[in-house]
Design a protein around this ligand. Structure first.
Ligand SMILES: CN1C=C[C@@](O)(C#Cc2ccnc(-n3nc(C(N)=O)c4cc(F)ccc43)c2)C1=O
Length: 344
């Protein structure tokens, strides 16, 4: 029937996937994510259980994959855009991973279509997604070291060399996303996860992500259902309803750098209440760059905190400046340690 109706391959695929959970390829996950967008939650779906698992370590049983029956929650890890995140375990394989649980009505297909099939070592791998009644569960790799936001809270703030180290790694992830015309849309320390030894950083939470259509760049405004990210990290062009581009992520990652260095989000030390007018009208928050910063680190922040997107550095340009600043900062630190050693 499918082919005779001139239906797309994707539509045929989705028909075959409806109402069951199966282990399939990434393109099936993308197809069902788009199907979920079209189907609104209603009462008869209360026991609906359908989805796609991308790894054999998570095993659907008789085309079902249900909480408590096939996997169990071990502990709450944190909260993302519109959802809570848990450490979970597959009952059959004992494999542990993380799951973001969100209401079906808050699900955006871009949360899956933007991160499925990515191969960057700086992006948390997705393991699949399953709908259970009014909930969507998105499974992903467990990252044991917690979030960069939690590290900053524990430490108060980060030393310049460590902040530059994490900034470089997250910029590598942004370089990859922007090369694939993907906007992350909510870059901040809570959405950067750390390995157990805290040497590796990974980008997560594609709940605000969008596909950047190259021919649309510079023209289109945000799509109607676009979900803005964190206000303190929001680029001025969003506040002014102007064109959107990958440069939004660059503004946000520099706000994250200020958060690492100062221990607080930009704009929050000098004002309370809605920031949208302040961010749109006032100068970029260069005054929040610590005076103790190396001049090359300050250059990174000034290049990324340009109010005009066209004057703002790209991820690759900013990474080059970060790596120069890292050399200067580590040389300075090396010099200080040498002086300390020789004075003893
Ligand atoms: C690939 N993929 C699939 C869903 C996704 O959009 C997300 C997310 C998200 C949001 C907030 N927080 C976490 N979060 N994940 C973990 C983890 N994987 O171990 C985690 C661990 C924490 F300690 C705190 C928050 C955490 C994950 C996404 O990116």
């Amino acid at each position: 029937r499918a082919i005779s109706d001139n239906r797309s391959v994707e539509e045929c695929m989705v028909d075959a996937l409806k109402g069951s959970v199966s282990n399939e390829e990434p393109r099936s996950l993308i197809a069902i994510a788009k199907m979920w967008k079209k189907s609104m939650p209603d009462s008869e779906d209360s026991v609906q259980n359908e989805g796609i698992l991308l790894t054999e370590k998570l095993k659907a049983v008789d085309y079902e994959y249900r909480e408590s029956m096939h996997w169990t929650k071990l502990q709450r890890l944190g909260s993302g855009s519109y959802g809570e995140v848990f450490k979970v375990q597959d009952k059959k394989t004992q494999f542990q991973c993380a799951v973001k649980k969100l209401p079906f009505g808050c699900f955006r297909p871009e949360e899956l279509t933007t991160c499925t099939g990515l191969t960057s070592p700086r992006v948390v791998p997705v393991y699949g997604a399953v709908r259970e009644g009014p909930w969507i569960m998105i499974f992903m790799k467990l990252i044991e070291g917690g979030s960069l936001g939690q590290l900053i809270k524990e430490s108060g703030f980060l030393p310049e060399d460590k902040a530059l180290y994490y900034l470089d790694q997250v910029l590598e992830g942004l370089e990859y996303l922007h090369e694939h015309n993907i906007l992350h849309g909510d870059v901040k320390a809570d959405n950067v996860l750390l390995s157990k030894d805290r040497s590796q950083a990974f980008l997560c939470d594609f709940g605000h992500a969008a596909h950047l259509i190259p021919e649309d760049l510079g023209k289109s405004h945000m799509p109607d259902d676009y979900l803005p990210g964190t206000q303190t990290h929001m680029a001025p062009e969003i506040m002014m309803g102007k064109h959107w581009s990958s440069k939004m992520d660059i503004w946000s990652i520099c706000c994250m750098m200020l958060h690492m260095l100062n221990g607080c989000h930009p704009w929050t030390r000098y004002s309370s209440g809605p920031l949208c007018f302040k961010i749109a009208r006032e100068a970029a928050p260069w005054k929040e760059i610590p005076v103790s910063c190396n001049s090359f680190t300050a250059d990174v922040l000034r290049a990324g905190l340009q109010k005009e997107p066209s004057r703002r550095a790209s991820a690759s340009e900013l990474r080059g400046k970060v790596e120069l600043a890292q050399r200067k900062v580590s040389l300075k630190r090396f010099g200080q340690e040498k002086n300390r050693a020789s004075s003893h």
